[in-house]
Design a binder for this molecule. Structure first.
Ligand SMILES: CC(C)(COP(=O)(O)OP(=O)(O)OC[C@H]1O[C@@H](n2cnc3c(N)ncnc32)[C@H](O)[C@@H]1OP(=O)(O)O)[C@@H](O)C(=O)NCCC(=O)NCCS
Length: 168
């Protein structure tokens, strides 16, 4: 099913996930984002369909980077940012324990299909698991059919719909 909705991880995955031959053939590192990443992250948001100016991204990072319940991590390939993942951990009213959410995942357009997205997602899952999250959810738009396939391949299943209403 590739309907609009929330994806939830079906099972815990090992922090050390399988590395595809394509991914293994280049040196990829993942580190916490910092303010110097603002231009790259603004560009990635544009690729996701959310045009963002550098100063807007800096303001968002000012809100997110100090928070211990939020992760913003970047994948670096040959010294350049190749992708980003953001995640949050927290409690909710309807279930016990802590729950995780992946709030953003983007790989640079010309570097997709090489395993970078899987590595970033695995990094976020490990970060969430280390903070006691029992499950991970991700929201994605109806139109992102390829991302739906990606999440399903990574062990997520569709569990619901997302509704949105502008409050402007
Ligand atoms: C979804 C996304 C993060 C996956 O990252 P990635 O580095 O391409 O992922 P991987 O290489 O680990 O896996 C690729 C798989 O994801 C799927 N995929 C999704 N979008 C893809 C794209 N643009 N190019 C290639 N594969 C894509 C394919 O089914 C592919 O499967 P395959 O390897 O069996 O062919 C990345 O394609 C992306 O940034 N897409 C645009 C932004 C987006 O939709 N983000 C999710 C919003 S919640």
């Amino acid at each position: 099913m590739s309907a609009n909705g929330s994806f939830e991880a079906m099972r815990p995955r090992d922090a050390q996930r399988a590395v595809s031959p394509a991914a293994a053939s280049f040196a990829l590192s993942i580190r916490s984002a910092d303010f110097g990443d603002s231009p790259s992250l603004a560009s990635l948001m544009g690729q996701l369909g959310y045009p963002t100016r550098e100063e807007e991204m800096t303001a968002r990072l000012e809100g997110l980077l100090p928070r211990e319940d939020h992760l913003v991590a970047v994948a670096v390939l040959e010294g350049r940012v190749a992708g980003v993942v953001a995640a949050a951990v927290g409690v909710c009213l309807e279930k016990n324990g802590r729950r995780g959410r992946v709030t953003a995942l983007i790989v640079t357009e010309n570097l997709r299909g090489r395993g970078i997205g899987a590595h970033l997602l695995g990094h976020a899952e490990s970060w969430l698991r280390a903070r006691g999250a029992a499950a991970c959810t991700v929201n994605t738009s109806t139109r992102r059919a390829r991302a739906h396939r990606f999440y399903e391949r990574e062990g997520y299943r569709v569990t619901g719909l997302r509704f949105e209403k502008s409050l402007d």
